[in-house]
Design a protein around this ligand. Structure first.
Ligand code: CA
Length: 248
């Protein structure tokens, strides 16, 4: 008997037991090459009520994202083959604003910053508790799928922040932002002229329970400055945080 081939075969089609699930169920693509970690994540996410599609390398992960348009992607940084987690994140971001939660190594601060710069929404450091992962996923889904309290467009000079469409426009042209970048922008735009501390921004955008480095805010601010250019008039208030200035 030939041995069963091993390889990236876990990225299979939708499983049979998903067939009777209702259609508004959230779908999560998990890209993780360590089978024991993947199984654990699979178990906990399914138990939380989500549909899970597993891929064990970057190429299969991207394929699943393309074919299934998931609500969230859990993405390991260290993947075998040609594409690591950063490559996958970058590729996803070029076509989609699906939230990405990265799994990073314990002492990988550079990994975390790079992941956020590439448009990841959040990260969980390995080793992590599955419950923590579920909590993070819940928080991201709550944030990204909630209808905005007020569907309105805030206009700040050349910059328009459209909460209903979750879209930023500069001089009328849409600018592709990661979902967390948009949330930060929308929060700043809702408080023009106010100096906000990093802690206030973390509480307002990431949620009061979010645990992590305050420099996460700086990383996202840097991305917003890069993407929005001169239309984004954000003042760094030394010793405090940031203030978004109105037009004029
Ligand atoms: Ca790995």
């Amino acid at each position: 008997m030939a041995a069963t081939p091993v390889g990236p075969i876990r990225a299979g089609p939708v499983r049979d037991d998903d067939a009777d699930m209702h259609t508004d169920q959230r779908t999560i693509v998990v890209v993780e090459d360590d089978p024991s970690i993947a199984d654990l994540i699979d178990l906990y996410l399914r138990r939380a009520g989500w549909r899970v599609l597993l891929a064990s390398d970057g190429a299969h992960g991207l394929d699943l994202v393309r074919r299934h348009t998931p609500d969230l992607v859990v993405l390991d940084v260290g993947l075998p083959g040609d594409l690591d987690g950063f490559d996958v994140c970058r590729t996803i971001r070029s076509t989609s604003s699906v939230p990405v939660l990265m799994l990073t190594a314990r002492d990988g601060e550079i990994d975390r910053v790079l992941g956020l710069e590439l448009g990841a929404d959040d990260y969980v450091t390995k080793p992590f508790s599955p419950r923590e992962l579920v909590a993070r996923v819940k928080a991201i889904l709550r944030r990204t799928t909630a209808a905005p309290a007020v569907a309105e467009v805030v206009v700040l000079g050349d910059l328009e922040v459209d909460s209903a469409r979750r879209e930023a426009r500069v001089a009328g042209a849409a600018v592709a932002l990661a979902s967390r970048e948009f949330d930060l922008l929308a929060y700043l735009a809702a408080h023009p002229g106010l100096a906000l501390t990093r802690r206030q921004l973390l509480d307002g955008v990431w949620g009061a329970g979010w645990v992590g480095d305050e420099r996460t805010v700086d990383v996202h601010v840097r991305q917003l400055r890069k993407k929005l250019g001169d239309a984004f008039v954000l003042t760094t208030v030394w010793g405090v945080g940031y203030r978004l200035d109105g037009p004029g």
